[in-house]
Design a protein around this ligand. Structure first.
Ligand code: HEC
Length: 136
């Protein structure tokens, strides 16, 4: 009983601490809550998300890659794929369609994390990334 009540309080604290959270659909809130539980953290960090986004990693193909390679160093700007196709901005403030569809989010995390990191992103990396993109 007591533990249930405490987790409700913790969740509420998380809800009100972030206006970004309030802007997310219920589906997206549920996805973030799932990541949060898997990551076993109290909350996510937009600061860590920012670093994660910009960090360049040496790929086994011998080139440096980061999320910013396609989404640019300012996610409020339009980006470009490796073949030069325009990518609409990743920041929710610049593109209302971002982070509205959990299926789309999961699909692209899978694909892009593999392309940059040669592995899937961790739940913590995903949560931090979304928090960053919904708070700038
Ligand atoms: C090789 C180019 C490329 C790189 C590098 C890249 N992305 Fe993307 N990303 C795309 C494209 C293309 C789309 C889909 C087109 C669109 O949604 O505008 C996309 C869409 C997404 C979406 C969907 C968001 C939504 O709700 O619409 C997420 C999440 C995402 N990327 C995360 C990442 C993360 C995390 C990284 C770094 C680990 C990353 N991307 C690196 C090209 C890239």
């Amino acid at each position: 009983m007591k533990r249930g009540l405490l987790s409700i309080i913790a969740l509420t604290a998380l809800l009100v601490s972030s206006s970004a959270w309030a802007a997310l659909s219920l589906d997206m809130q549920a996805l973030l809550e799932k990541y949060r539980k898997e990551a076993d953290v109290k909350s996510f960090s937009a600061e860590d998300g920012k670093k994660f986004f910009a960090t360049k990693r040496m790929h086994s193909k011998g080139e440096e890659r980061s999320c910013a390679t396609c989404h640019t160093s300012d996610p409020r700007q339009k980006g470009k794929t490796v073949v030069g196709k325009v990518i609409e901005p990743m920041a929710q403030s610049a593109n209302k369609e971002r982070f509205t569809d959990p299926k789309k989010v999961e699909k692209w995390f899978k694909r892009n994390c593999e392309w940059v990191l040669e592995r899937e992103c961790t739940p913590k990396e995903k949560g931090d990334f979304i928090l960053y993109m919904t708070s700038i």
